[in-house]
Design a protein. Structure first.
Length: 201
């Protein structure tokens, strides 16, 4: 039996914000029914699991207003444009949030954060061979980033914190577990510029 096509019959823009937009679609369902689906549109993002020579992962503590508290997270950020590559975004975010550059980059995995309500796709990267950005060349932080804290935690300990419920940010959980599985399992990672299917779609 062929898959149903789920054709969009009517689509209207509901909201345009600084970072996201919301649209409301009327979608043809199986059995000739029509149902409303509201979609949060986001530009895509990257998250970076940055490991130093001692296999410590860099984590930042940042205030997240929707949940009203600080969270420990891997460095991450939105793509700046439709043509910015994952590597370019990863390099920028790692330098800005963690004050380091990386000599080696690999693709850990791609995730759709909540495909029932948003088209957001995030590429998780593994960054190694870290070098500190010179003090005079560091990014000047503002807004929530102004009180951001940075720490280094052994990867095994970071994974323990995930399983203990102490690290909750979704892309951080996915990135840490993917890095742990790849490194402990000796798995071959994709190139940082491998095809990113969700973004292409």
């Amino acid at each position: 039996m062929a898959d149903h096509s789920y054709q969009v019959l009517v689509s209207r823009r509901v909201f345009d914000g600084r970072v996201l937009a919301v649209r409301s679609d009327q979608v043809a369902m199986p059995g000739e029914a029509v149902s409303q689906r509201d979609v949060v549109e986001l530009p895509g993002a990257v998250g970076i699991v940055a490991l130093d020579a001692q296999e410590q992962v860099l984590l930042v503590r940042q205030y997240r207003h929707p949940v009203g508290r600080h969270l420990w997270e891997i460095p991450a950020g939105l793509l700046d444009s439709t043509i910015e590559s994952a590597l370019e975004a990863g390099q920028r975010e790692l330098a800005e949030e963690a004050g380091v550059t990386a000599g080696r980059w690999d693709c850990l995995c791609d995730i759709l954060t909540s495909p029932g309500m948003t088209d957001e796709t995030i590429r998780l990267l593994l960054a190694r061979d870290l070098v500190d950005v010179p003090t005079g060349e560091r990014h000047v932080a503002f807004h929530e980033e102004a009180d951001m804290q940075l720490t280094r935690v052994p990867l095994d300990e970071a994974v323990r914190r995930v399983l203990a419920g102490e690290i909750e940010n979704g892309i951080t959980v996915a990135g840490l577990l993917a890095a742990f599985a790849a490194l402990r399992g000796g798995l071959v990672l994709r190139a940082v510029d491998a095809e990113w299917g969700a973004r292409k779609a």
